[in-house]
Design a protein around this ligand. Sequence first.
Ligand code: ADP
Ligand code: MG
Length: 226
Amino acid sequence: MRLEMQRMEKLGVLGDLAAAIAHEVRHPMTVASGFLQLIQEEKNPGDKRHYITIAFDELQRAEGIITDYLAFAKPEIQELESVEVEEKTRQVLNLMSSYALLHNVELTNEIHAGMRVCADAGKLDHVLMNVIKNGIEAMPDGGRLHIAATRMQGYVEFLIEDTGVGMTMDEVARLGNPFYTTKDKGTGLGLMVAYRYVEVMRGKILVQSEKGKGTRFSIRIPISDK
Ligand code: ADP
Ligand code: MG
């Protein structure tokens, strides 16, 4: 009975979200087709390149929204495995290094060796990459992003600190809400997925931030003894 209730509640949430997604995707599609139509009708042919860029950006935005939604709606059943922290963190840092370079952000790290977490490797990647990406995007004039991983009671704590724009307490409270974004091309779904994944892995996310100074994400994932 209880299980059934939970299932129904979940379906309700996913259904509401699906409706909201459909709505959100329609907007960039309308913009993209509008600009493609201008090209087709050959109005202001000089601006063609500009129109193509906009249409392309909007299509990518629509794709981003759908990708994030699918990640969220995926079934929860997954195999938790023992994941080596140092190796995983280095992989993620490697993947993010070009994005950091492009934004004039220096990536530094302090990863203790020999730790393992009980996690879904793919979901852990997704969480770390989303939080790092947000940190980089929070530093429009460049800066430093530091990643540390240390052992704490029952968990491995990943600390991700940026020297970016920071947030007020109200803004921090809105993190993880679907479609909350302050970016022109944001989806506002990245942290929603990250929060859910951490929950599924029985971990925790804590955020400390100061407007104009920077932000620190603490992501705690249960330790694996294996
Ligand atoms: P998106 O990145 O598409 O905007 P997210 O869910 O990843 O969506 O993030 C939601 C919002 O949270 C961002 O638009 C930004 O305003 C805020 N945010 C997230 N991380 C940070 C950070 N490190 N520093 C400042 N603001 C942040
Ligand atoms: Mg994001």
